[in-house]
Write a protein that binds this ligand. Structure first.
Ligand code: FES
Length: 130
């Protein structure tokens, strides 16, 4: 039977720890790179509709201005899919946001994420960067 001395044991332990750290670091940084890539999403646009839930986005159209928010609640990420005339409501734990994406009622405490968007020249499509 082979005996492992203390030094060898520590060296192997250190090697395994460093290997795990490097693997974890790679995973984290690769995720960051993926997050850094922006994708463009194009959807039909109806300027007469004040609130549109589409895919992972909420399009708010009022006073001739259009704002797009990510539809995921900032509390635990549920998809917001309900609205009244003046607020957006998360179905999971009841957080509410005004139509500017500002938190009105928790448990969420961060405002909705605003997405970059542009409307096509003919006004029929909206392009969202996400
Ligand atoms: S996930 Fe929206 S309130 Fe909890």
């Amino acid at each position: 039977m082979m005996r492992v001395n203390r030094r060898t044991f520590l060296n192997q332990g250190m090697t395994i720890t460093i290997g795990l750290f490097v693997a974890l670091w790679n995973k984290i940084t690769l995720n960051q790179i993926k997050l850094g890539k922006q994708r463009k999403h194009i959807f039909p646009f109806d300027k007469n509709k004040s609130i549109t839930f589409i895919d992972d986005f909420i399009i708010i159209n009022r006073d001739n201005q259009t704002q797009v928010f990510r539809a995921h609640c900032t509390h635990l990420g549920c998809k917001i899919n309900q609205a009244t005339t003046d607020k957006l409501v998360c179905p999971c734990h009841g957080s509410e946001y005004d139509l500017n994406g500002q938190v009105l009622k928790g448990p969420a405490y961060k405002n909705l994420n605003i997405m970059k968007s542009s409307i096509s020249e003919d006004g029929s499509q909206i392009e969202i960067e996400a």
